[in-house]
Design a protein around this ligand. Structure first.
Ligand SMILES: [Zn+2]
Length: 342
C-alpha cells in the first residue's frame, strides 16, 4: 500500500479512503476524527465525531451538546477499527485533551499530529513520540528564527512588571482554550498567589480545567459595575492586578475599564517585535503552544519516519531541512488552519 492510499490531503482536510473518515475536517463530513478543541481543528456540524473525552467535552462547551449527531470517546492508546483501518489517539502536549492520531493498515503507520509541543505544560498531557512511517507535522513556527525562550522566564517578566507598576493593571491577552489556563498555571508555579481576574469568555473553560483536576488558584470575574467604573472607585480595585482575557477583548471598551493598563500578550508570535508593536503590546510574553524550530527538528529526528508531511505554517523551510538530511518530505498545502490561532 502506498502511503497516499491510506491518508491524503483533500479540500475538506486529511482523508482516509479505506476508512472513509477525515481528520480535523474544515467542512462538515460523515465521520470526523478530531485532534483537539481549537476552533480551526474542531468544527461543529459533523455527523459522527471520534475524539478524546476531553476534546469532546471542550467541543460541547464551545458549540453546545448537539455539535454532532454521534460522538465516540477514544481512550488514550485504545485501538479502534474503522472499516478495516486501525486508529489510536496519543497525547500531543498542545492543549488539554489534544491528540496525535495514529492511522494503521497492513504494515503502514501514519501519525497525524495535529498541533503539538514538546515543552512541559502543567495543563496538558505530555507529548508521546509514536513510531511511524509517515509523520505529519505542523509548521507554525518552522523557521530557524523561532526559538521560544524558557516559559518560566517569560512568566517572571510579568511578575516583575506587576511589582514594578503596582498602580497599573496588567491585561494579559491569551487564547481562551489552553493558553489562558497555561499562563495562569505557570503564574501559580512561580508563586503568584493573589486572585487572578478573568474575562467572562474564559470562565467556562477555566471551570472545566479545574473540574479535570488542574488547579488554577483563585479566579475572579474581571467585571466592574458600570456607574462605579466612571467614579473610578472600583477601577482602583484592579490596580496591580493581573487580568487575563481573549486577545479580541483588548481592542474593545472592556479594556478601558482598567487603570492605566499594561498591555501584555502571551503568544509565540511575540518573538516578532513588529507583531507586538502592531498590536500595541507593551509587554510581549513569548509563550507558545507550538514547537519552535529546534523542537520540530528534534521531534523528526527522534521519531525517525521514512517520510515527513508538513502542513499549516511555513512548510518550505522544514521540507528543505529534511531534504538536506536525506529524509523524504513534502508540503501538504492543507487550507483552513489559521497560524494565528494558537
Ligand atoms: Zn491548536
Amino acid at each position: 500500500m502506498r502511503f497516499e492510499d491510506l491518508l491524503r490531503p483533500t479540500p475538506k482536510g486529511l482523508y482516509c479512503p479505506p476508512g472513509d473518515f477525515f481528520i480535523d475536517p474544515v467542512r462538515p463530513v460523515e465521520r470526523a476524527l478530531v485532534t483537539h478543541g481549537h476552533a480551526d481543528h474542531a468544527r461543529p456540524g459533523n455527523e459522527k465525531v471520534l475524539a478524546t473525552r476531553r476534546t469532546l467535552d471542550i467541543m460541547g462547551i464551545r458549540y453546545g451538546a448537539d455539535f454532532a449527531r454521534e460522538r465516540q470517546v477514544a481512550e488514550w492508546g485504545e485501538r479502534i477499527s474503522i472499516n478495516g483501518v486501525t486508529v489510536s489517539f496519543h497525547p500531543a502536549g498542545h492543549v488539554l485533551g489534544s491528540a496525535q492520531i495514529l492511522v494503521e493498515k497492513g504494515d503502514v503507520r501514519i501519525v497525524a499530529s495535529g498541533d503539538y509541543k514538546r515543552r512541559r505544560d502543567p495543563t496538558a498531557e505530555g507529548f508521546e513520540p509514536v513510531p511511524c512511517d509517515v509523520f505529519i507535522t505542523e509548521a507554525t513556527f518552522a523557521l530557524p528564527v523561532f526559538r521560544h525562550p524558557a516559559t518560566h522566564e517569560e512568566v517572571q517578566k510579568l511578575i516583575r512588571s506587576v511589582k514594578q507598576f503596582p498602580e497599573r493593571a496588567h491585561l494579559v491577552g491569551a487564547y481562551a482554550l489552553g493558553k489562558a489556563q497555561r499562563v495562569i498555571a505557570h503564574l501559580r508555579e512561580e508563586g503568584y498567589d493573589r486572585p487572578i481576574y478573568i474575562h467572562g469568555a474564559l470562565k467556562k473553560l477555566c471551570d472545566y480545567y479545574e473540574s479535570e483536576g488542574i488547579d488554577l488558584g483563585e479566579l475572579r470575574p474581571a467585571t466592574i459595575a458600570r456607574g462605579k467604573a466612571e467614579e473610578g472607585e472600583a477601577k482602583s480595585a484592579f490596580a496591580g492586578a493581573i487580568v487575563v482575557g481573549p486577545p479580541s477583548a483588548f481592542a474593545d471598551k472592556w479594556a478601558r475599564r482598567f487603570p492605566d493598563p499594561v498591555s501584555c500578550f502571551a503568544s509565540g508570535w511575540m518573538r516578532v517585535r513588529q507583531r507586538a508593536r502592531q498590536r500595541g503590546v507593551e509587554l510581549p510574553l513569548v509563550v507558545s503552544d507550538h514547537c519552535d524550530w529546534d523542537e520540530l527538528i528534534e521531534t523528526i529526528l527522534e521519531i525517525g519516519p521514512q517520510e515527513v508531511w508538513v502542513t499549516h505554517g511555513r512548510e518550505e523551510a522544514l521540507v528543505r531541512w529534511c531534504g538536506l538530511r536525506q529524509i523524504r518530505a513534502r508540503p501538504l498545502h492543507l487550507v483552513g488552519y489559521e497560524d494565528e490561532a494558537e
